[in-house]
Design a binder for this molecule. Structure first.
Ligand SMILES: Cc1cc2nc3c(=O)[nH]c(=O)nc-3n(C[C@H](O)[C@H](O)[C@H](O)COP(=O)(O)OP(=O)(O)OC[C@H]3O[C@@H](n4cnc5c(N)ncnc54)[C@H](O)[C@@H]3O)c2cc1C
Length: 465
């Protein structure tokens, strides 16, 4: 590699060419890739890894790469599940994890600046010491970086109360492909024309490299009260979820599981009969607000036909909500387990759910599929499907995954749902994304061309190249 010595001289002590270092950052946690890694298959590796410590390192790498026809793939926690990070020999991986400083923190206003590589759980721990929280709790809270969460338009378990990441970001710093450093946005809101910061939300490392993020933080709630209800059908549960959300309750979390998802997620905790859907919710705030919220939830939930279940459901959810340890067991045994999310308005959710299940069950290799609805907001919610499929002896797991995704996402698109809710696009969801967003593509492509004319940044991700 002719340029290797030059890069080492540019950023001494921060560049690695070793196979182990390159393998560790070459991809993300998308299930087919993970299956191959667990089975010891050889994977493509990037040319080098640069551990970025300060924004000037990011600038230096981008300028270095653009002069030599190299590509640059930004990487945070590597917890993406759609192939957002996938670096081959033409690419340098920019590992942002060393850029993890927190501060300044304005406790009075609830505004915190955090470097992009900081893992969210660490930020939350720091904020909690001041009685604050971002309110962003994705299942990958211990894996994902703040920059990665912004770059993928992430959504957390308490989004009904705190919003998704786009409601929390009040500013960010970014380095564009030519190495220019931009400081975008600042709190509070303003009416001074269009804002540039939101452009970077969902850019997946193709529009710029985020080096730091300014986030809103809330006081920790004084109280949280939980409830769980059983319903006779998923459709009935959705009707209750819609009513509870739109009634304006102080909801924290609200999730509706179909029967198989509930049996999987709450083993031994459901009554033997009569639970075809399980609704779990919490109300947050000052004690009397949280208590008043669940009292109202009891009334509204029961009016729609719900039956109240015990507190063990919520306790189990709180203890296990981020545990995905069983996944590697299935993947190493050759069983493809995967998740796909979509979003729909309340009126389309029941039909999108039915259509998706029927389409996935029609794929012969599928052995199980179930779903839950979550992330409720005024106009709708997400559907989150989990499936397990066993590839045929000579079958290819990637082809099987693509077939199941096509069945599912084509079915929900026909029913008016959106083909993605919070995992992003990466290299796996492009076909369906740009089918849905065809009318916006030309404008977005022009913005991309302005920001990255040489297609230096993470080529292959997000866009339909
Ligand atoms: C077990 C598990 C549970 C999950 N649960 C959730 C969930 O509840 N909600 C949710 O939204 N997601 C969830 N995810 C998906 C994943 O955690 C998110 O997509 C997360 O936002 C990825 O962050 P990361 O730092 O790991 O990014 P990476 O995987 O490192 O990167 C993802 C994409 O962002 C780009 N990127 C990363 N950092 C930057 C940066 N600083 N500047 C520009 N681009 C950058 C990369 O190039 C890539 O395209 C889950 C994943 C797993 C494995």
């Amino acid at each position: 590699m002719a340029w290797g010595e030059e890069l080492l001289a540019l950023l001494p002590g921060q560049v690695e060419f070793g196979e182990g270092a390159r393998a560790e950052v070459a991809g993300d946690l998308s299930p087919v890739r993970q299956m191959r890694v667990l089975r010891g298959e050889a994977m493509a590796l990037p040319a080098a890894v640069v551990r970025a410590r300060v924004p000037e390192d990011v600038q230096a790498v981008l300028r270095f790469a653009s002069g030599r026809g190299l590509k640059v793939v930004a990487r945070g926690g590597g917890s993406g599940v759609v192939g957002g990070v996938a670096a081959g020999p033409e690419a340098i991986v920019l590992d942002l994890r060393p850029m993890d400083a927190i501060g300044p923190l304005d406790v009075e206003s609830g505004v915190v600046v955090v470097e992009a590589g900081c893992i969210l759980a660490r930020l939350e721990e720091r904020l909690r010491a001041h009685g604050l929280t971002t309110g962003h709790y994705p299942q990958s809270i211990g894996l994902a970086s703040v920059g990665g969460l912004v770059a993928t338009r992430s959504c957390g378990q308490y989004s009904t109360r705190y919003g998704s990441i786009e409601q929390m970001v009040v500013g960010l710093d970014v380095v564009t492909s030519d190495g220019e450093f931009l400081h975008l946005g600042r709190p509070p809101r303003r009416a001074l024309g269009p804002e540039a910061a939101p452009l970077m939300l969902g850019g997946e490392g193709t529009l710029g490299v985020i080096t730091s993020v300014t986030l809103a933080a809330w006081p920790l709630p004084e109280a949280e009260e939980f409830r769980a209800y059983a319903f006779d059908s998923f459709a009935q549960g959705l009707e209750a979820m819609r009513g509870l959300t739109r009634a304006g309750l102080p909801l924290g979390v609200i999730r509706l599981y179909d029967r198989d998802d509930a049996l999987h997620g709450f083993p031994g905790l459901l009554p033997d009969q009569g639970v075809d859907a399980l609704l779990l919710l919490s109300c947050l705030g000052p004690r009397e607000v949280a208590q008043g919220g669940v009292a109202a939830a009891d009334r509204i939930g029961l009016e729609v036909g719900g039956r109240r279940l015990g507190g063990e459901i919520a306790r189990h959810w709180l203890e296990t909500r981020n545990d995905v340890s069983e996944w590697d067991r299935y993947l190493s045994a050759g069983v493809l387990v995967d998740t796909v999310e979509c979003g729909a308005t309340w009126s389309r959710l029941p039909v999108a759910y039915d259509a998706a299940l029927a389409a996935v069950r029609a794929v012969p290799e599928v052995v199980a599929v179930f779903a839950h609805a979550a992330h409720a907001e005024a106009t709708g919610a997400s559907l989150y499907f989990t499936f397990a499929a066993v590839p045929l002896p000579q079958g290819d797991a990637a082809e099987l995954q693509s077939r199941v995704w096509d069945a599912l996402l084509s079915a929900v698109a026909r029913e008016g749902a959106s083909v993605g809710h919070h995992h992003g696009v990466g290299r796996l969801r492009q076909t369906w994304t740009w089918r849905e967003r065809q009318g916006e593509l030309d404008l977005l492509e022009r913005l991309r061309a302005a920001l990255d004319p040489g297609r230096l940044l993470n080529p292959g991700a997000l866009w339909p190249d």
